[in-house]
Structures are given as structure tokens and as C-alpha cells.
Unconditional design. Structure first.
Length: 326
């Protein structure tokens, strides 16, 4: 049996080049633009799969009315990005698969550029675009593996000094690259991959949240495939979403990175990560509070509050605290 045999198949038609998987959970405000961009800029033989995860905002009806050609699959509950995408792959039968967030919009030739690059680079299994904000500002092109060394660089603030001259020392590639670049991961907002990758790397880990895309990329590379970021392929990403820092899902997100270290590097690495993160956050809070007291600038206070909330989320006690008043 071929490794990709458990990916969805439709025996009644010729498989399309691309299957696109978009998750919907109360995304009425953004998903129409997302789907419209796929149908406008995608190939004619496109399989468009929408996984609805228990939406209650009327978005499911909107999709069915405006995009009847989309294949709607209803889960009835929100299983997160990992669970929703794993379900979507069960229904996909394209030669290539695209994971796309509901708040993202494809630009002209994005899919064509992805496909041309994979067709001409058989050792590359997954590619991602240059993500930009709606106003055109740079957002992300991916980055490098979440090692303990890179955690040290991140939490000590050295990343700001090293990111231009030594970008591989940082976990986030925060420079606007001009050429296709080999990376360790690309953001889950838009991941384009060849069918065989799923059979080699396996499904996305549903025990993780927010870290699931990075961890899946880690296993893609471990299975022998290379990953590239293609800056000439652009996708507009609103970087929105439901909920906020004070939700149970974000508490799970704060614990995902320690779980990643335990899963792939062992219990000692998990403990070391906690030590680095907790020490780094405590130091940041002290520095930001001091700067706020000396300068009276509201930006420093906002940074201190955000770091404090990150610390609480990491400790797992945020779920027991009252939700702050907006």
C-alpha cells in the first residue's frame, strides 16, 4: 500500500492538481474573501474543502449560498487547527494540498508559483509564502527550528541584534528575503505540500495548539523532505481569529512549546525550556515596568502587561483568573 493511501480519494473523477483546505469557526467576516481569492487565482480543476467546526454565526449558510462549488464538511465541534486539518486531509485527493487560514487571501499566481517550485525541486516537500498584513507590511516568511539555543537567543532579547547578520541563530526569520530560502518551518496560515509528505510525516499532532504547524514541519524535515519559503509568492494575512489571551485555548497554546521539547528532546529539555521562558519573562516584566515608570510612555506599560499575561498563561493559572475588563 502506498504511503499516501490514507489520504482521501474520489474514484469517480480524475484527481485535481490542488486540494485546498480551509477551516471555518464563526469566520463570517473574513472567509468569503478567502474563498473568493482561491477560486479567482486557483486552477480550474480545484478541490475546495471547507471544514466547519460548529459555527453559529451564519457563516456556513453564507458559504453554501455564495460558493456552492465548495465541498462542505461539518464536524459539529471545534477541534482546533490540527483536528480540523486532519479531517480535511481525509477528504482531499489532489496531487498537492494547500492549508489556508480563513483570514488569508491568495494573490495572483501564488498557487502557480508554489506548484512550479515543487515540480522543479523534487526534494522539497512543503513551501510557504511571504505573509503580509493587509496594508502590505511584512509579517512572516517562516523560520528555524525551536532549539534550546534559539530559545536562549529569543528570551534574552539577542534576536533583535542577531536577526540581520546571523538569521539562522533566531527561531523567527524576521528579514524580508528576496530569494527562495530553505527554512525549518513556514507558518500554518498557508502551507502548500505534495501529497506524499502526509504519508511520510503523519498527521498533525492534535495535542498541541498554536505549535502544531511548527511541529508538523519538524516531522516533515525529519522524514527527509526540505522546506522552502518563497517570497515571490505572497498571501495577505489578517492575523486575526476568535478568542484572546484569556481563553482556555491560549493556555493550551502557552504549554505547547514545552510539550514539543518533551516530545522530541526529552524531559530535561522541557525543564530547561521552562527555566529559560520563566526567567526571560520575569526579566522582561521588570525591565518594561522600570521603563514605564521612568518614561511614562504607555507602550512600555502595555509590553509589561502582555509579558505578565504570557507568564500567567505559561504557568497555567490564567484559566483560574477573572477575565480582564476590556
Amino acid at each position: 500500500m502506498p504511503k499516501d493511501a490514507h489520504i482521501g480519494r474520489n474514484p469517480h473523477r480524475t484527481p485535481p492538481d490542488v486540494s485546498v483546505i480551509v477551516l471555518n469557526w464563526n469566520d463570517r467576516e473574513v472567509i468569503a474573501d478567502c474563498l473568493a481569492s482561491v477560486f479567482e487565482h486557483g486552477p480550474e480543476d480545484l478541490q475546495m474543502i471547507v471544514i466547519d467546526q460548529g459555527s453559529t454565526d451564519g457563516s456556513r449558510k453564507l458559504i453554501q449560498e455564495r460558493f456552492p462549488q465548495a465541498q462542505m464538511e461539518a464536524l459539529g465541534e471545534n477541534r482546533g487547527f490540527a483536528g480540523g486539518r486532519n479531517e480535511g486531509v481525509l477528504h482531499a485527493y489532489g496531487r498537492y494540498v494547500l492549508f489556508l487560514d480563513a483570514d488569508a487571501r491568495l494573490q495572483p499566481d501564488t498557487l502557480a508559483r508554489f506548484k512550479r517550485f515543487l515540480d522543479s525541486h523534487p526534494d522539497v516537500g512543503l513551501v510557504g509564502p511571504k505573509l503580509v498584513f493587509p496594508d502590505g507590511r511584512f509579517q512572516s516568511v517562516g523560520g528555524y527550528s525551536f532549539s534550546l539555543w534559539r530559545q536562549l537567543v529569543y528570551w534574552t532579547g539577542l534576536g533583535a541584534a542577531l536577526k540581520h547578520r546571523y538569521p539562522r541563530l533566531c527561531q523567527y526569520l524576521e528579514v524580508d528575503i528576496a530569494q527562495p530560502t530553505a527554512v525549518d518551518w513556514v507558518a500554518g496560515a498557508c502551507q502548500f505540500w505534495r501529497r506524499r509528505v502526509w504519508g511520510d510525516a503523519g498527521p498533525i499532532d492534535e495535542a498541541l495548539y498554536y505549535m502544531d504547524d511548527n511541529e508538523w514541519c519538524y516531522r516533515v524535515r525529519k522524514s527527509g523532505w526540505r522546506i522552502y519559503s518563497l517570497p515571490e509568492a505572497q498571501v495577505v494575512h489578517h492575523l486575526g481569529g476568535s478568542g484572546g489571551l484569556w481563553t482556555p485555548l491560549v493556555v493550551k497554546g502557552a504549554r505547547s512549546l514545552p510539550r514539543f521539547f518533551r516530545k522530541h528532546y526529552g524531559a530535561t529539555a522541557e525543564v530547561l525550556y521552562y527555566a529559560l521562558a520563566l526567567t526571560g519573562l520575569a526579566t522582561r516584566i521588570a525591565v518594561f515596568r522600570a521603563a514605564a515608570a521612568l518614561t511614562r510612555a504607555p507602550g512600555w506599560r502595555a509590553k509589561a502587561v502582555w509579558s505578565q499575561r504570557q507568564l500567567l498563561a505559561l504557568c497555567g493559572i490564567v484559566s483560574r483568573l477573572p477575565r480582564p475588563t476590556p
